[in-house]
Design a protein around this ligand. Structure first.
Ligand SMILES: Cc1ncc(C[n+]2csc(CCOP(=O)(O)OP(=O)(O)O)c2C)c(N)n1
Length: 665
């Protein structure tokens, strides 16, 4: 059999597994796997450095199927090359409940799925973060331990999404030369030809941002291999436009949108079997083809062993540190450093904005956790994400610890996810809380994947003042709290800021948002507590003098207001307790007995937060009092705004007293 015949049979195995699995599930996307089968076969048999039997090998190449709807392409590859998690039963159970072969690839379902994809463009932007993390780790550990590539298969949809522009311009700027994006250039999307909606010269667009750009016939294995070889030698990231026919091989539907996202149907499948000379039953991969694939799966085993040899030869300390970083464990000195710092804070009682408190905490953290990589979407001075340890990362120079992401919130958040997925680094980066809306699709995916991306969101309320309602978040805290598995922190002072950072870093399976103020706040925690009280989600900050008539719940900058209201109420003979609520999600994770005790049984419950009410009924009940925002903010000095919107100690005390009087009638 000629090499070409062998290649064709191997690629056809992907095509038939994909069309048969989609047919059996009666849903899915056969077009992309059929069209991109030649590209994938060349990549996985001749280029990708991976070891299906040691799938978590740190120095493996990463492959990202950005066009996640073509999930059967990835599942076929994992099965064929011998990944244990995906056997033929899993292929047959495509899209069934509980099967790792979900509708779109989901991180954590099976080894070899490097990220969750489906929302178009995300995978591409994740890959930029993976490629950056690789360079950062390489700068620390050298070629002997870290020297791998990141490959992406992207569709027209990925390239049309706005996030692709942010991702590609960042990658081009940073000269991430080990990033290779293969564009499945088939000119078809769901509505029909791409020409219905787009006429961009993609190669020119990428070239304009400093990419190496190539084109090839995506059905010619040698042409694909040549393009990949050129890409590997590039000093810039590479885009390969691989011309393909969607649904390649299906006589009646190839090249049309009919094959994009629905089963081909029995007749068309039979015709495709005939056209491609595939005389096998559904899900049957002939032994010569399966053997060839399994053999290809062993291609890099030697490289992996050599790498292990090199790892064994580096000094013990470096090796232990490399392994610790890749495992995601925090260094042993972390807790002690936070404890010492908290002691200092209760002595100093700094009156600073929590964005400054966050910077102060980061100064301590970055001193003991060398893998944190900071950044900002062009708001470094406002987000306070820079510390003395975080020198900038620059094109071709990756030894620093700070990424100037530019004004690219979405690309930033998605790249951070890629960095977290890559491992060895812990990404944190910031923008204004109101612009979390621009980053939200990636923040949601971080939650779905359960990864440790830490989003620093400053200017967290009307407290930012004069920039006005375009910049004043109102619904963003509630909106972020609505994302499952997302820790939303809003610390009240420097001690809580340190505790929230500690909890965020310790949260290995959920991302965090840390919402921080622009305005100064007094220290509300004045006694040293070794326990991380903020990690309880909510705790009694100040007890009532006597049986509580009122409980006031507050977060962040409004804790000061709650304490002021408590003073007023107590002066009027109403014992009042104050509960600080730095994180709803962590509170919900506490035992019922703890939650009941914190919520308490005071007859009047009030919540104060300079945002909308949504979510607060869980603390105050539907008949509770809420002092906060009921619409958009306004431009003005922040003290005037708090008065204007009625978020003051006076207003809280008056509302509670009114209720107390009503109750007494
Ligand atoms: C953000 C986002 N918007 C919309 C979709 C729905 N969608 C899935 S595939 C697709 C068309 C993609 O076209 P292309 O990338 O060319 O894939 P192909 O048709 O070649 O399979 C769309 C609109 C999505 N998955 N993600």
């Amino acid at each position: 059999m000629s090499n070409r015949e062998k290649h064709d049979r191997m690629a056809n195995a992907i095509r038939f597994l994909s069309m048969d699995a989609v047919e059996k599930a009666n849903s899915g996307h056969p077009g992309l796997p059929m069209g991109a089968a030649d590209i994938a076969t060349v990549l996985y048999t001749r280029f990708l450095k991976h070891d299906p039997h040691n799938p978590h090998w740190a120095d493996r190449d990463r492959f990202v199927l950005s066009a996640g709807h073509g999930s059967m392409l990835l599942y076929s590859l994992l099965y064929l090359t011998g990944y244990e998690d995906i056997g033929i039963e899993e292929i047959k159970n495509f899209r069934q409940l509980g099967s790792p072969t979900a509708g779109h690839p989901e991180y954590g379902h099976a080894a070899g799925i490097e990220t969750t994809t489906g929302p178009l463009g995300q995978g591409f932007a994740n890959a930029v973060g993976m490629a950056l993390a690789e360079r950062i780790m390489n700068a620390h550990y050298g070629d002997a331990l870290v020297d791998h590539r990141t490959y992406v298969l992207a569709g027209d949809g990925c390239l049309m999404e706005g996030v692709s522009q942010e991702a590609l311009s960042l990658a081009g700027h940073l000269k991430l030369s080990k990033l290779i994006v293969i564009w499945d250039d088939n000119n078809i999307s769901i509505d029909g030809p791409v020409s219905l909606s787009d006429s961009t010269d993609q190669l020119a667009r990428f070239a304009a941002s400093g990419w190496n750009t190539l084109s090839c016939d995506g059905h010619d294995p040698e042409a694909i291999a040549r393009a990949l070889e050129v890409a590997q030698a590039s000093d810039r990231p590479t885009l390969i436009a691989a011309k393909t026919t969607i649904g390649f091989g299906a006589p009646g539907k190839a090249g049309t949108n009919k094959v994009h996202g629905s089963p081909l149907g029995a007749d068309e499948i039979a015709a495709t079997r005939k056209a491609l000379g595939w005389d096998y039953k559904p899900f049957e991969v002939p032994s010569d083809v399966l053997d060839a694939w399994r053999l290809a799966g062993l291609n890099s085993a030697r490289k992996r062993k050599e790498w292990e040899g090199r790892l064994g030869k580096v000094d013990k300390e470096t090796r232990a540190e490399f392994e610790r970083r890749m495992s995601g464990e925090l260094p042993s000195g972390f807790d002690a450093a936070i404890a010492d710092y908290k002691k200092k804070l209760v002595a100093d009682k700094p009156k600073v904005a929590t964005r400054k408190s966050s910077e102060m905490a980061l100064e301590v953290i970055n001193g003991v956790v060398p893998e944190t990589i900071g950044g900002s979407a062009d708001l470094s001075g406002s987000n306070n994400t820079k510390t003395s340890q975080t020198k900038p990362i620059a094109p071709g120079s990756y030894g620093g610890r700070y990424v100037h992401y530019g004004i690219r919130e979405h690309g930033m958040a998605s790249a951070m996810n890629g960095m977290a997925l890559h491992g060895g680094v812990i990404p944190y980066s910031g923008t204004f809380l109101v612009f979390s809306d621009y980053a939200r699709p990636a923040m949601r995916l971080a939650s779905l994947m359960g990864i440790r991306s830490i989003f620093v969101m400053t200017h967290d309320s009307i407290g930012l003042g004069e920039d006005g309602p375009t910049h004043q978040p109102v619904e963003q805290l509630a909106a972020l709290r609505a994302i499952p598995n997302h820790l939303v922190f809003r610390p009240a002072d420097a001690t809580e800021a340190a505790e929230c950072w500690q909890a965020a870093l310790e949260s290995r399976k959920a991302p965090s948002t840390i919402a921080l103020t622009r305005q100064n706040l007094p220290a509300v925690r004045t006694e040293f507590e070794s326990e991380n009280l903020s990690a309880r989600g909510a705790y009694e900050l100040m007890a009532a003098d006597g049986d509580a008539a009122v409980t006031i719940f507050a977060t962040g900058s409004e804790v000061e207001i709650a304490l002021g209201a408590r003073t007023l109420l107590q002066a009027h003979g109403h014992p009042t307790r104050v509960v600080s609520v730095p994180c709803f999600e962590l509170f919900d994770a506490q035992p019922d007995s703890y939650q009941d005790a914190v919520i308490g049984d005071a007859p009047i419950r009030v919540a104060v937060e300079a945002g909308i009410r949504q979510g607060w009924d869980r603390f105050i009940g539907s008949d509770g009092l809420f002092v906060g925002m009921h619409g958009f903010g306004a431009s003005g000095p922040y003290e005037a705004l708090y008065k204007h919107f009625g978020i003051t100690a006076q207003a809280v005390a008056e509302a509670a007293e009114k209720r107390l009087h009503q109750a007494a009638l």
